[in-house]
Design a protein around this ligand. Structure first.
Ligand SMILES: CC(C)(COP(=O)(O)OP(=O)(O)OC[C@H]1O[C@@H](n2cnc3c(N)ncnc32)[C@H](O)[C@@H]1OP(=O)(O)O)[C@@H](O)C(=O)NCCC(=O)NCCS
Length: 225
């Protein structure tokens, strides 16, 4: 399994690890290895998904979360327990308040990330996904508009995935008004954000292009909900 593990933290010196896999052509054996490490709670929430492809993506994301945690901590993949402290809240790792986790699964791709000493969020989307102009306008901060009035100089797919990764790191998810998040023109820094994010300058934003998908990761100061 380690061959599929992309240890972003090792190559970027970042205090986090992440792993992502396209799921469409995954071998049955790999899928069952990933499923084997899940606990009954994860399996039950995955079983509630109606579409088989959505179940496959979720199995891979949850399996990867355990493998990345195992790589980060040296503990067995099956040993971790997860909880949320409110309905719709950010999943957390039990017994390890300094470790943060995030995962994403969508349309044939799954990824998970683990950080130590900060908040982490991850989101992935197909590079080909079209983001409607109305959506771009709805998620663009005023300062992101270019001087000729066009919303955001940042590619729509990057704008969406980076802001979703930030919202998942902070814990509000889509409940957050994305207009309150202002990215730098090259989308590598957070310029402004609600107070719950702490110092915007403390946030690190990364984009990885992998197998036709873009993976956005946001890592920032501790705190959160
Ligand atoms: C988190 C959220 C942005 C993810 O959206 P998405 O693009 O559909 O899905 P992704 O695959 O990228 O991410 C899903 C994962 O995010 C994680 N997640 C769920 N809620 C989260 C939150 N509040 N913060 C951070 N991560 C969250 C979960 O691990 C989830 O996967 P799982 O359900 O298999 O465990 C969206 O589901 C959301 O906004 N949830 C919060 C809703 C809420 O607050 N509801 C309250 C009333 S019930």
């Amino acid at each position: 399994m380690r061959a599929g593990l992309s240890l972003g933290g090792q190559t970027t010196q970042a205090p986090y690890l992440w792993s992502g896999l396209p799921t469409a052509d995954l071998e049955a054996q790999t899928l069952s290895q990933l499923e084997d490490v899940l606990d009954a709670g994860e399996q039950a929430s995955i079983d509630r998904l109606r579409r088989p492809l959505a179940r496959r993506d979720a199995i891979v994301a949850h399996g990867l979360r355990r493998l990345v945690l195992a790589a980060a901590t040296g503990r067995p993949a099956r040993s971790f327990r997860f909880y949320t402290d409110r309905a719709g809240g950010k999943p957390k790792l039990a017994g390890a308040p300094d470790i943060d986790i995030s995962l994403t699964h969508c349309n044939g791709y799954a990824a998970a990330t683990v950080s130590k000493g900060g908040r982490i969020g991850i989101d992935a989307e197909p590079l080909s996904r079209h983001i409607e102009p109305e959506v771009v306008a709805a998620i663009s901060a005023r300062a992101e508009y270019s001087c000729d009035g066009q919303p955001s100089q940042i590619a729509p797919i990057d704008l969406w995935t980076l802001k979703e990764a930030l919202s998942k790191a902070e814990g509000s998810g889509l409940g957050l008004n994305f207009r309150q998040l202002e990215l730098s023109p090259c989308a590598t820094r957070l310029i402004a954000a609600p107070e719950s994010f702490g110092d915007p300058a403390g946030w690190r934003l990364e984009r990885h292009s992998h197998a036709g998908f873009t993976v956005a990761i946001a890592f920032g100061p501790g705190g959160g909900r």
